[in-house]
Design a binder for this molecule. Sequence first.
Ligand code: SF4
Length: 218
Amino acid sequence: MTDGVNNPEFQVPPELQGQVNVTSIDRIYNWGRRNSIWPMMFGLACCAIEMICVAASRYDFSRFGMEVMRPSPRQSDLMIVSGTVTKKMIPQIVRLYNQMPEPKYVLAMGACASGGGPFKEGYSVVSGVDKFVPVDVYVPGCPPTPQALLNGLITLQKKIDQQSIGTVRWYRDEVSEPIPIPVLGPDLLDPRDFPNFNELKAAVRTASSESPEAEAAS
Ligand code: SF4
């Protein structure tokens, strides 16, 4: 590391060698974060059963400091998307992701979450959760074995090791914008595909409030 936060050039004086260790702020900071990742407690389909196995005694991801699966996005660092992402579910997934505080990570577990899997051509399935939220680690398989998920979690730890407190996005001045929540109508709409989405939404609301059915109901 050669930035202003870390100083690898520092030499320990001879009289202190063997008594002090010199390391970098990044290493301490990442050591704390990589060993206390709290995953969000939710599952979407069959892959979730394998995820539950990883939390149980045989594979036991508490060895990585991850045993505190949180039922609230506001206390979670990691979203494990374990299962098929349907068009009906993706608005809720994006909303949960937006509610997680930084630093936050996403792991796509299995073929479905990574790319749609065996249901890729299905009318109701999103072909990969990365169409909507940024994914840090992909774990292949249908379903991935518990060992594969453990490998994915270790890969995430290695990714965290590479981050620097001087450049991570959550300490920058600019505020990160939430991801627009997709809208499920006759089909899934991604607001990012429509620059004038809010005007469109207002027009649809007005049109539906002026429809004969709405007038009859009022
Ligand atoms: S990848 Fe396979 S095991 Fe996992 S949710 Fe999809 S169909 Fe189920």
